[in-house]
Design a protein around this ligand. Sequence first.
Ligand SMILES: NC(=O)c1ccc[n+]([C@@H]2O[C@H](COP(=O)([O-])OP(=O)(O)OC[C@H]3O[C@@H](n4cnc5c(N)ncnc54)[C@H](OP(=O)(O)O)[C@@H]3O)[C@@H](O)[C@H]2O)c1
Length: 297
Amino acid sequence: MERRRLGKTDMEASVLGFGGSEIGYQGVSGRTVMRLLDGALDAGLNVIDTAECYENSEELIGKAVSGRRRDFHLFTKCGHGKSYGHADWRPAALLASIERSLRRLRTDTVDLVQLHSCSLEHLKKGDVIAALERARERGWTRYVGYSGDGEAARYDIECGRFDTLQTSVSIADQEALELSLPLAKARGMGVIAKRPIANVAWTHRTKPAELYYQDYWTRLRALDYPFLRDPDAAVATALRFTLSVPGVHTAIVGTTKPGRWKENAAMLAAGPLDREVINGIRGRWREVAKPSWVGQI
Ligand SMILES: NC(=O)c1ccc[n+]([C@@H]2O[C@H](COP(=O)([O-])OP(=O)(O)OC[C@H]3O[C@@H](n4cnc5c(N)ncnc54)[C@H](OP(=O)(O)O)[C@@H]3O)[C@@H](O)[C@H]2O)c1
């Protein structure tokens, strides 16, 4: 498994990471998470991303793999202590959330705490960033980052106070390729691609009921990339596209299934995607994307 240095941090990140939202939201059992993560760590995974509000994702990860904490870089987020719909950006609430994450993850320190998609206005006020810096001073995290999109993602880079950016990058979400990633690369930021395979939204025959998948489904119908018609090539091409974007260091694919990480890792063995295919995807996006197709949280 290829590893890339995560910006100016000291972390060498496996290009295929693990996104922890689905295990929480989809009620995966502790036994399954243990099999999933143990197997992936044995096969070369070293990036695990979760958040304060992905139901019991932090607890599941803590129970499953805190015994092998040195084998991976652990990222979490803060800002929605109660649940995703209930943001609380007061510094004391952020610090309480981070402290709770450490307990749930059964660790003294995480490698990265990220502000979980707060608005540009909150970022500009600055006290949310100061709260993360306080957590770093207390030794609760080694690095601080922002997870989000659009102008706020750009501000994360411009303000110079963050180590990383986690942002949506995929065949269905290309705003960041021009808005934030070139600057992130120039400034040496670590970049974590979230939603890197666009939630495989193209696999739904009709518009999915779940709101989270709907935008990507609609976009992909319009983009109508030819490779999506080949089930054997679709995920591999989507994943290799994301990892070919300059400045991206790791892609945190979410999964509920043991074995999935290895399956996806095998897709990367083919190496970088051909320039022609990349140009085709970019060209189609430029031709079809509407101004409203902004980075999706
Ligand atoms: N604002 C934020 O900070 C934010 C927002 C969104 C996401 N995130 C982070 O980014 C991570 C990834 O995002 P995501 O999970 O929404 O999107 P994603 O990684 O693009 O898609 C995950 C979905 O793809 C499926 N999948 C994975 N490999 C597959 C394969 N080879 N074939 C078919 N299906 C496959 C998984 O289903 P199976 O269970 O069947 O494998 C899962 O439903 C999250 O887990 C989270 O850590 C952060």
